[in-house]
Design a protein around this ligand. Sequence first.
Ligand code: NAD
Ligand code: TYD
Length: 352
Amino acid sequence: MGGSILVTGGCGFIGSNFVQQLLARQPACRVVNLDALTYAGNPNNLAALEGDPRYRFVHGDICDGEGVGRLFGEESIHAVVHFAAESHVDRSIAGPAEFVRTNVSGTFALLEAARRAWAGSGQGRFLHVSTDEVYGSLGETGYFTEKTPYDPRSPYSASKAASDHLARAYHHTYGLPVLVTNCSNNYGPYQFPEKLIPLIFNNALHGRDLPVYGDGKNVRDWLYVEDHCDALLTVLERGVVGETYNIGGNNEKPNIEIVETICGLLDRLAPPLATGAARRSLIRFVKDRPGHDRRYAIDAGKIRDRLAWAPAVTFEEGIEKAVRWYLDHPEWLVGVLDGSYRTYYEAMYGDR
Ligand code: NAD
Ligand code: TYD
């Protein structure tokens, strides 16, 4: 695939993994990365690409319709991969306005810019990256399919659901060549340490309490981030315009099991705690998240059968790779844990 791909949110967790994988697999490709550098965006994630003629970083906001329109005018963009979002459920509970602004209005501005740029050309491909959380919460059994009705229950998932609807509406109304993906929980390198896995890693490494919400039995379906990026490239290359693809790892785990696994890995791979205690002794069951969805599980049969995609990394391999990556990059965690994050963390969890 030649030409320029506009990646939004490329300095975030999944976006920076995606840009690296894209340029490694398609060396002739050029990437324009539009990112506002919120607390979650770290340009150092892509420092290795500085000076590479195939890469341009643009510091900008997807809500700025004029700026996004100018970018389409300057660059010959034939595809958009849209990651930029506010992505953390707890933050959406504490402050939903930013989620509506970026996830809904920002996606709208981007869709408008793409519609104007590609109007009548028969060109373009707009991959809207979304979450399985739009489907709501499952009971003990069952899986989300592409036909599961939307039932978002947090401000984060509601804002993502709205953006999914807008993206599909632009396909149906204006013929914009939209593809939508809904993926389960990701983990791996560059994930901000407010999300379960890097947060537990960081606290367990330093002997701090490990906050487990409620009874610890909420279930998530975990996917190694490189597998998600591989699925996104598959959809970008071979997906049928107008279709939605669910992406998941078939790795349903209760949260408490994830936390215990990280404790066990750190006891094996990292220096022991000063007290000599096993790290699982740091686990604390804390007040539950309001409206906490009980279980997510993806049926990824469509992408498997129609696009021949399957994850390559098992959970056991992936979690050890992730823990080893964080152990090998202590400077990365220190770098992203700046003052604004600490203030937020203390406000949310200080009383627990
Ligand atoms: P992230 O929070 O790590 O990164 C978000 C990036 O978007 C950051 O670089 C941030 O600076 C940028 N950004 C935020 N607001 C912006 C704005 N107004 N304009 C331009 N850039 C802005 O997020 P992530 O975990 O990498 O998630 C990426 C996408 O994938 C999101 O759309 C999310 O909903 C979706 N998703 C995430 C997961 C997951 O487990 N993390 C699972 C499924 C889907
Ligand atoms: P999170 O990483 O925030 O992802 P999401 O809410 O989008 O699924 O949380 C994953 C699960 O872990 C979720 O059930 C909430 C739980 N959790 C904790 O128990 N403790 C924590 O400190 C965090 C951040 C999450």
